[in-house]
Design a binder for this molecule. Structure first.
Ligand code: ATP
Ligand code: MG
Length: 452
């Protein structure tokens, strides 16, 4: 219950008569009935700001003036004096609830304030975080920029270094390629032009036919001596004579075949040596030499179902050895017929001539036949390499052609081929053949010949 104080004597009902003090006035909430409002100012200056409650004064009529939400000034007519106590209690309750509301408000204001402060802190933290993030982002962007500039510098440096490296590499691989080719060529040359290999090969190749011929001759001589003895002893029978004649016939055929093989080998070698020793260079038109060669082969070619296609440059004139060119051409055409078109009903040999450069002439002979297996292509120029041994092949055709190209014409003969896709022989030779020392029939030593 709030206190109701007054300095009016006698005090109305509900009021306590007191000597007003500051302490009384600051007790909250308080109801004060004063005769004169100045009494309050005397006790407590600025009472309107510090007193909480109700100040009642006597006046002509009732009037309520809210000094603030917690301090009312009520003027009552003197006739209300009997009930002013009860009225004052009601008013004070109202102010009390206003006070609670005020406290709540304060509390909520405090909460709001706390929230505001927390928010402020959060905002501060957020700002700080944002700033930190932004600075990290800035650092990252700078690092990225530095990296990409480093990268492009690196790229530039790498390109700067790799381009000449690549160029050097390319040059090197060309050199290596060249070296490889030269090595291969040297290897083949060493083997192909070797006198050692040729002599060993000839000895070996002649051995078989001559050996066979010798055995056959001995047997034949033995048989005829036996027959002669029987004849002289008067015991010769008709059946013996018949047997001898049959054997003699078979043996003579064997003898013929083997002697022919041996003679062929010897002839080819003689041809090689003779040509080298006798042929002289002369001026001629290449397409005419090709035509002459084909004319010589005509009777042989006419019988066959194969075609010769000519792509000749009629303007090519040479000072060289047409005999050697003709021999190479004959060997290559014969090979196409015998090997490339073996088992085929048709086939085309294309002979093409062209200037390689101002001083070099190309003569290519290409067929669309069986081709040469990769395992054999390295050996086709070897002496006595033939896939037709025993069927008329001696394996000397390409060996001779290779040597002619190299030693007489001063050029080279090469081959490219793929199994089932034909073979292409290329004779590359100078338009004017080099001078040569005819006394030197030079053949370098090499390895043993190969034979199938
Ligand atoms: N155009 C070709 N197509 C396929 N194989 C070929 C061709 N030319 C040559 N050859 C192969 O190369 C081998 C060697 O040829 P080369 O001319 O030296 O000997 P050859 O023809 O067998 O016997 P010959 O001494 O009678 O010429 C042949 O046996 C054959 O296997
Ligand atoms: Mg041949």
């Amino acid at each position: 219950m709030s206190r109701l104080l007054t300095n009016i004597d006698p005090a109305p009902a509900g009021f306590e008569l007191v000597e007003l003090t500051k302490r009384d006035l600051l007790a909250q909430p308080v109801g004060v009935l004063v005769a004169d409002i100045e009494d309050l100012s005397r006790v407590l200056d600025r009472y309107t700001e510090r007193v909480l409650g109700i100040v009642i004064t006597l006046g002509e009529a009732y009037r309520l003036e809210e000094k603030s939400a917690l301090l009312w000034h009520v003027t009552i007519p003197p006739s209300w004096i009997a009930v002013v106590g009860a009225l004052a209690q009601g008013w004070l309750r109202t102010i009390g609830s206003a006070d609670r509301a005020n406290q709540l408000l304060n509390a909520s204001q405090l909460g709001t304030e706390r929230l505001r402060r927390e928010l402020e802190l959060t905002r501060h933290d957020y700002n700080e975080l944002t700033e930190r993030l932004q600075s990290q982002v800035r650092e990252l962007v700078a690092a990225k920029d530095a990296l990409s500039s480093m990268n492009s510098q690196l790229e530039f440096r790498v390109t700067e270094r790799t381009v000449p490296l690549e160029r050097a590499n390319m040059k090197l691989s060309l050199v290596v390629d060249n070296l490889k080719r030269t090595k291969d060529e040297l290897g083949r040359l060493a083997e192909v032009v070797g006198l050692g290999s040729l002599v060993a090969g000839v000895a070996h190749e002649l051995n078989t036919p001559i050996g066979t011929a010798l055995t056959v001759t001995t047997t034949l001589a033995d048989e005829s001596r036996k027959l002669h003895a029987e004849f002289q002893g008067g015991v010769l029978k008709r059946s013996h004579v018949e047997h001898f004649l049959r054997a003699a016939e078979e043996m003579t055929a064997l003898l013929e075949r083997n002697i022919f093989v041996a003679a062929d080998i010897v002839n080819r070698l003689k041809q090689l040596a003779n040509d080298q020793a006798t042929e002289s260079p002369r001026h001629f038109k290449l397409h005419e030499t090709v035509a002459d060669t084909l004319k010589v082969m005509d009777s042989q070619l006419r019988e066959l179902p194969y075609k010769i296609r000519l792509e000749l440059d009629a303007s090519i004139e040479m000072n060289s050895y047409p005999g050697a060119i003709s021999l190479i051409l004959t060997n290559l055409i014969t090979n196409a017929i015998r090997h490339a078109f073996d088992g085929r009903k048709e086939g085309v040999v294309t002979i093409r001539t062209a200037m390689h450069d101002t001083n070099t002439v190309n003569l290519s002979i290409a067929d669309d036949g069986n081709g040469i297996p990769a395992s054999q292509i390295e050996r086709v120029f070897h002496p006595f390499f033939s896939t037709k041994f025993g069927q008329g092949g001696s394996g000397l055709g390409l060996y001779v052609a290779y040597n002619k190209a190299k030693k007489i014409l001063g050029g080279k003969l090469t081959v490219t081929s793929e199994l089932h896709h034909g073979a292409r022989f290329m004779l590359e030779m100078p338009r004017v053949a080099p001078q040569r020392d005819r006394s030197a029939v030079e053949l370098a030593p090499a390895t043993m010949p190969l034979r199938l």
